[in-house]
Design a protein around this ligand. Structure first.
Ligand code: ZN
Length: 141
């Protein structure tokens, strides 16, 4: 199943993981500053990054690489493309399943993409405002 040599894989993973950690922290802090309270990595389908019980809502912060975002920040490594294509496709399928399962349980689902938070042309404040607006878009008792 795995035809990528270990060194290449850990190099790519290290790069991608460190990239992913930061956007999630920015989203957490930004929404906390906007007075939202949440739990992290809830025991819900797909383990959403942030869970807002009061709003019956969850937010995923997705790295563009791992989740195959159709955006300029998504670039396949030059080597072992088949491996990465398959891996990312599995992630996308898993994302769709999680989303469907969450919706079936009555949760609202929102995705903040890494490219909206950091990178060329991104505007993290605007992305956070959009997420906040979305959270508040349902009246909650
Ligand atoms: Zn993206």
């Amino acid at each position: 199943m795995d035809n990528v040599d270990k060194a290449t894989r850990s190099r790519v993973m290290a790069r991608v993981h460190s990239k992913n950690a930061v956007p999630e922290l920015i989203v957490r802090r930004g929404l906390f500053d906007r007075k939202f309270r949440y739990r992290l990595h809830g025991a819900l389908p797909g383990k959403p990054d942030l869970v807002f019980r009061k709003y019956r809502a969850v937010i995923f912060v997705h790295g563009c690489f791992w989740h195959g975002h159709d955006c300029p920040q998504f670039r396949l490594p030059a080597s072992n493309r088949d491996y990465w294509v398959q891996k990312i496709e599995r992630n996308r399928v898993a994302d769709q399943k999680s989303r469907a399962a969450l919706k079936a349980l009555g949760w609202r689902v929102y995705v903040v993409w890494e490219c909206a938070i950091r990178g060329k042309g991104s505007n993290a404040e605007a992305a956070l405002n959009s997420a906040a607006k979305w959270l508040r878009s349902v009246s909650v008792n």
